[in-house]
Design a protein around this ligand. Structure first.
Ligand code: ZN
Length: 541
């Protein structure tokens, strides 16, 4: 059969050369969906929606005078309402009393009717720990608290005294206790040397985070009472793309103290997200409902951060891209949506986090694959636990794959039963045993299994062919000009895996049969094989 295969190839190669048909298709990595989608409706899960800075005064207030208090929220309301709990930072006083604080550049106050629009849009909780809630003085802060109490929205981070300003809220949803706390690292001073906006035992104000120890203690205390501890933090530098070092240090301390989610704002622009298995830091969500400054288009880029929690895990994190557009926040599609997601992806890279084109926020599995051509496939393979990286967090995608690695991946991909290793043997021995039992590796060649040797591409073709039990090739197949170097016994396998689209050649019509298969190529071929199997598997009734 091997000789027949070689003759067939030669005949076809000659025909193809004559027709000038040696152009190989580019690598076409079809996205696979191997992990089941998160079921949002599950009753043991809670979806939280976070939005950044909300300003209902100034020009937005004037627009609401004309168009009504629901106007800013009309497009985003369905997303906020669909979440179990929606939280934003309310960056203004809400009332009719008080005077703008003397000497303060920007002072914001919204009319009480504005809160109707916010509540009807689905916002359940507002953070008030920021540098604008006291713009119209203490009387208007007290009025703001009363107006919020009447509106039905829960508020955090400001109060009639320090105790109230630093009080957390614990909201139980679907059996999960969500603990919320808000604090500001921006604490304006009062004119005339009369202190700051920080609440004290007998003075209304905001929960200042300047005393890190007190903030850490509050977080720690809350974490012992809640399943999930969420800190809403107003901090950082305006229009800065990246958080400062002290913010990153403080974030680490807050996580250590018991915070699970740290959600930041104030910079007016998106900053990166640091997603870990059980924690999340979003350094800044940017503006959400705000005045438009055409000279800073990035301040208009915004979104809603959806975080789905179960009792134990952060099940899903997703960015819903949006844009502030003249007083209304609109949901984005197409290129503008891509621009927001690409931006958050880029800003999150230094935190080992990536954002997919669909807006999913994920942990980068390896330190050295982000700019590799196979990156999306490697992320997918890591997610479905097909591959693990090295102990130092790298994957070394250009290194040769070994027989042990390839066989292990095939056994995992086929979900073959694996028995525990006997001590002292090679780490891949249980996988080899499973491969032998499934007929992927000859039983009489176990003792000569070259575990740690690189796999040449012709050998990989044979192994993949055997694994998949590919059909005999039809005439229209990819051809290569360099197969003379391949053992004749492998030609039919090379033909089959190529025809099935599992292995591909290189530009110039070369297969490079003697080249070692790289670790990245091995992952791509195994995932293609899996995809092929799924496509041809009989439909389950
Ligand atoms: Zn601010």
């Amino acid at each position: 059969m091997a000789t027949a295969g070689k003759i067939l190839l030669t005949v076809m190669l000659t025909a193809a050369l004559a027709a000038g048909a040696l152009h190989l298709p580019p690598l076409n990595l079809v996205p696979l969906n191997l992990s089941p989608p998160v079921a949002h409706a599950a009753t043991d899960r809670v979806q939280l929606a976070f939005a950044g800075d909300v300003l209902l005064g100034s020009r937005v207030g004037k627009l609401m005078d004309e168009r009504g208090p629901d106007w800013p929220w009309a497009q985003v309301a369905p997303v906020l309402k669909a979440a179990d709990l929606a939280v934003c930072n309310l960056e203004c006083a809400v009332g009719t009393s008080g005077q703008p604080q003397a000497g303060k550049q920007w002072t914001f106050r919204a009319k009480p009717a504005a809160l109707g629009g916010l509540v009807r849009a689905g916002i359940d909780v507002v953070g008030l720990a920021n540098n604008h809630v006291l713009d119209y003085g203490t009387s208007c802060l007290l009025e703001t608290l009363d107006n919020l109490d009447r509106s039905g929205a829960t508020h955090l981070g400001a109060g009639r005294n320090q105790q109230e300003a630093s009080s957390p809220r614990i909201i139980e949803i679907n059996g999960l206790k969500i603990g919320l706390l808000a604090s500001s690292l921006l604490v304006p001073t009062l004119p005339g040397g009369k202190g700051t906006w920080a609440a004290t035992d007998n003075k209304p104000g905001i929960f200042s985070g300047h005393d890190h120890q007190r903030l850490l203690q509050s977080v720690h205390a809350l974490s012992s009472r809640a399943d999930w501890t969420v800190l809403f933090l107003h901090w950082g530098e305006e229009r800065a793309e990246y958080p400062q070092k002290w913010q990153q240090n403080l974030a680490s301390q807050l996580l250590e103290a018991g915070a699970d989610l740290v959600i930041g704002h104030h910079s007016h622009v998106w900053q990166g997200i640091d997603r870990r298995e059980k924690t999340l830091v979003a350094y800044s969500l940017g503006n959400f409902v705000f005045t438009t400054r055409p000279e800073y288009p990035q301040q208009q880029q915004t979104g809603i951060l959806l975080v789905t929690l179960s009792k134990r895990n952060i099940e899903e994190v997703r960015v819903v891209p949006a844009q502030v557009f003249w007083g209304q926040t609109v949901l984005l599609k197409g290129t503008p949506a891509e621009e927001v997601l690409t931006r958050v992806d880029r800003l999150s890279a230094r935190f080992g986090t990536y954002v997919t084109p669909e807006g999913l926020v994920e942990r980068e599995p390896f330190l050295d694959t982000r700019s590799h051509w196979a990156c999306p496939v490697l992320r997918q393979a890591a997610k479905c636990q097909l591959v693990q990286g090295c102990q130092d967090g790298t994957f070394c995608p250009q290194d040769p794959t070994t027989y042990a690695h390839l066989v292990t991946m095939l056994v995992r991909a086929l979900k073959l039963p694996v028995s525990p290793a006997s001590s002292g043997s090679h780490w891949a021995a249980p996988y080899l045993q499973a491969a032998v039992e499934a007929g992927l590796w000859p039983a009489d060649q176990v003792s000569t299994f070259p575990a740690d040797e690189p796999v040449p591409r012709w050998q990989a073709a044979c192994l993949l062919d055997r694994t998949f039990s590919l059909d005999a090739p039809a005439p229209a197949v990819p051809l290569y000009i360099d197969l003379d170097a391949a053992p004749s016994s492998s030609l039919i396998s090379i033909l089959r895996v190529s025809q099935a689209g599992i292995m591909q050649g290189y530009p110039g019509g070369r297969f490079q049969p003697l080249a070692n298969m790289t670790r990245a190529e091995a992952v791509v071929t195994v995932l293609r094989l899996l995809q092929k199997r799924e496509a041809t598997a009989p439909a389950t009734p």
